[in-house]
Design a protein around this ligand. Structure first.
Ligand code: OOG
Ligand code: MG
Length: 256
């Protein structure tokens, strides 16, 4: 098998140049989840080498809506870098992505380290604040199609994220209504409860999953809990606004 660094370099280059590539599993149908995470680590290492900095982690496929949309029924995770953070209310340039989509999320920022098997109470106690968020996902694979190992190797489609105003960690976000609008028209309606029944469960899973590879959530890390609804494709000229019950709204414009 080609070595994992070559596969990592290919995916990193695809992301950097916004060019779609064939799925790794087309060539390596038996690519394991462990190898896929190793490719992810190597690919993100190329970002660290270019000067990008750690911003935290993202959880993926934590809702049935997302699992069904993507045809992958397993919770996954990826790394966030500072270069992925976009300015709330600002613009995103469509040309920098291959086929970007947007999805509504809940974000946590950590005040304490968290890793391994933790309770819901321990997870919540490690949270500094909670914010409404939107994630920009952009698969590096043609037609946004992938198997489990492909998407993991591709840093779980991580590409960008917008954060709204931080709220007190005691804010109850177990079941808050969400309306995502595209150009003033509602395109996704849902609830934060779609995220594993309660987004805090996603933080518990994040601690366990990153712990399983010897990492931990660190103070200052942002953790995206996963899309609460299916993702929506973006086109230049779009204005996206998502309102979250009790948490406020997050918006941005898509430019060419
Ligand atoms: C994989 C990433 C999934 C989420 O929130 O469920 C994800 C994808 O759908 O491309 O970010
Ligand atoms: Mg997501």
């Amino acid at each position: 098998m080609t070595n994992l660094s070559e596969l990592a370099a290919g995916l990193d280059e695809a992301a950097r140049t916004a060019t779609a590539v064939p799925q790794l599993t087309d060539t390596y149908p038996n690519l394991s989840v462990a190898d896929a995470y190793a490719i992810q680590t190597l690919s993100v290492a190329r970002r660290w080498a270019r000067g990008e900095r750690r911003a935290g982690y993202k959880m993926g496929l934590t809702s049935r809506a997302k699992m069904q949309q993507m045809g992958v029924a397993e919770v996954i995770w990826g790394r966030l870098t500072d270069a992925m953070r976009l300015e709330e209310g600002g613009e995103m340039s469509h040309a920098r992505y291959t086929h970007p989509r947007v999805e509504p999320e809940i974000a946590y920022i950590m005040r304490k380290p968290l890793s391994g098997n933790v309770s819901l109470a321990e997870a919540l106690d490690a949270v500094e604040a909670i914010a409404p968020a939107m994630e920009i996902i952009d698969s590096r694979y043609k037609n946004f199609k992938f198997a489990l190992a492909d998407v993991i190797a591709d840093n779980s489609s991580s590409s960008g994220f917008y954060l709204g105003a931080w709220a007190n960690p005691s804010t109850d976000v177990a079941n808050l209504g969400i309306v995502m609008e595209l150009n003033g028209r509602p395109v996704q309606i849902g609830s934060t409860a779609a995220i594993l029944g309660n987004p805090i469960r996603s933080l518990v899973s994040a601690a366990r999953l990153v712990g399983s590879v010897g990492e931990s959530l660190q103070p200052g890390d942002i953790v995206l809990a996963g899309g609460a609804t299916a993702a929506h494709a973006l086109s230049p000229g779009d204005f996206v606004r998502t309102s979250f019950q009790n948490l406020g709204a997050v918006s941005f414009n898509v430019t060419a």
